[in-house]
Design a protein around this ligand. Structure first.
Ligand code: MG
Length: 252
């Protein structure tokens, strides 16, 4: 009987405590206002855009048709390529040309054209290339109705990743690459801590979508990883008179 009495008392006490707790006023969450998610600073820098071909106001112009002041040939020699009519064309056998400046992360615009009348096949038709940081080749090739190994066709990361689609224009027409590149970072042993990535639009069509670059783009053998800093843009002399124009770059 005594036990029951104390149990009832305890229950009453516990109920009172609970009721008291429920009456306690806690702060209520404030209603969100639109201004809570509106940031005003820093304002983006103002850039005057180009017309899709010419450079935006904050770009470094690498070639606008007026000369190759931004470029060198092999081993620092003067470039051997021909500049005429606002266009620079590979003179086969004179070697690659490379920018004097070096770059890390960037957005690169470059236009290129295959000459009319090329008759070779596969890799022997209009071969050149755009090397990012001097090491990672985005293939330039006359891939219009010209089957080759897909990891070597126009817009491929050479011998690593085929383009998503073939957006090639025929000989005599201008092609456009818009390339966004994220440079690698390195571990102490010289291998990638974060891999380089590249996004490529070919004539406005996405062909590489934040693609991971596995290492250097070797003709023979697997990609290699070795530590490096910023590097130049190199345009390849592969023995074909490919032309280029409107080359500009924005450092990111
Ligand atoms: Mg090539």
């Amino acid at each position: 009987m005594k036990k029951l009495f104390f149990s009832i008392i305890f229950l009453l006490f516990a109920t009172c405590l609970l009721a008291q707790e429920q009456q306690k006023e806690f702060p209520k969450p404030k209603h969100m206002q639109p201004g809570h998610t509106e940031f005003w600073q820093p304002q983006p820098a103002v850039v005057t855009p180009g017309d899709g071909h010419s450079a935006p106001s904050d770009a470094i112009v690498l070639f606008d048709g007026s000369g190759l002041d931004e470029w060198t040939g092999p081993k620092g020699a003067a470039p051997g390529w021909k500049v005429e009519g606002g266009v620079v064309t590979v003179v086969p056998g004179t070697g690659e040309i490379q920018t004097k400046r070096v770059f890390g992360d960037f957005q690169l615009h470059i236009e290129w054209r295959e000459p009319v009348g090329l008759t070779g096949e596969s890799q022997d038709r209009g071969n050149s290339g755009v090397y990012l940081q001097g090491l990672y080749e985005i293939q330039v090739l006359d891939s219009y109705d010209n089957p080759t190994y897909v990891s070597g066709s126009a817009g491929s990361i050479y011998k690593q990743h085929a383009p998503l689609v073939n957006a090639m224009r025929p000989q005599g027409e201008w092609n456009v690459y818009d390339i966004i590149f994220e440079a690698p970072t390195f571990k102490k042993d010289g291998t990638f801590r974060t891999y380089p990535h590249v996004t490529v639009l070919h004539n406005g069509v996405l062909i590489q979508n934040h693609t991971e670059i596995l290492g250097t783009t070797e003709y023979v053998g697997f990609p290699k990883q070795r530590e490096h800093g910023d590097g130049p843009i190199i345009l390849q002399d592969h023995g074909n008179p490919v032309s280029f124009r409107n080359i500009w770059i924005r450092e990111l």
